[in-house]
Design a protein around this ligand. Sequence first.
Ligand code: NDP
Ligand code: OXD
Length: 323
Amino acid sequence: MSRPRGTLALLIHGGTDNWSPERWKTRFDAVCADRPVFLLPDETLDPAEVRYAAVWKPRPGELAAFANLRVIFNLGAGVDALIADASLPKLPIVRVAVDDLTKRMTEYVVLHVLAHHRQEIYLRESQREKRWEPKTQWPAGAISVGIMGLGNLGADAAEALKILGFKVSGWSRSEKNISGVSCFHGMDGLAPFLKKTNILVCLLPLTAETRHILNRSLLSMLDRDSPLGAPVLINAGRGGLQNEAELLACLNDGTLGAATLDVFETEPLPKESPFWTHRKVLITPHNAADTDPDAISKYVAVQIERHEAGQTLQNVVDMRRGY
Ligand code: NDP
Ligand code: OXD
């Protein structure tokens, strides 16, 4: 006799193209074979039937309605929005850790490190003003890139930057050993890490410990002694990691030479934000690494199969650490 296949409910509140709930439903129907999959809201669904929920930014209280829920699948890597819900059932939360997402983020990090290294802001301005005035170029080996967060995303980006010839270092909570990368960890390791960093890439999760970590005091510690002159910030982690008033002041007074920002405290970034028109800032609309429904629905389906076969779930969030 075949095992009963637990019902999967999809709660997706995205608003952007890749978060189209119908697109996710189509993908989950394809990979969950004979498992019932419901896209909520759906009045035909008895909440007591639901064993699994795959979610993106569910509304506070929404998940508490499923009395027999077993596992929550967050459809992205960052769980900050999900775990902010005080009524969240105390169940395992599985987050996304898939090669597809990792490689997309590495593309983004490489693109923006190279953009700053190869003086793209200056060159685009020159083009607009029809100025043929090249500045001296320097080799990648003259620049130290420091990555905050050496998890799935940070470690992969570090490997790619290393291959391009940058000096690469990284900072994490626990000790790491990555060949060719200078690894620092913990609060004691933060200042020495910053002191050797010219381009700071932030790929940290947003937690109680990391909120507003990108502030004036931290940015002032970055190394200015490189051909870039003033250091550069690339933040593709979460907007809550940056103190935006201090970041803006650092850009205005030269503490920072430039920044690439993919994430903001308020998203979409309000039209009146000074970051939109700042000449030292490159902005992307929180799409450094798109969450791909094909890759991620397959990942969730495999995790559910593992769970039903009595195996351990992978990439379960540690609620004490908050990521
Ligand atoms: P991981 O959990 O794999 O890695 C997180 C890293 O941050 C780990 O190295 C961890 O250290 C480190 N870290 C966490 N807290 C601290 C701390 N207090 N001090 C020092 N280091 C700390 O996450 P991912 O790499 O998968 O993702 C990182 C973040 O990227 C996500 O949480 C999300 O916010 C963001 N993201 C953004 C996207 C975008 O499009 N902009 C897309 C996808 C993700 P340790 O290794 O010791 O645990
Ligand atoms: C994520 C994101 O956390 O897309 O996966 O931001």
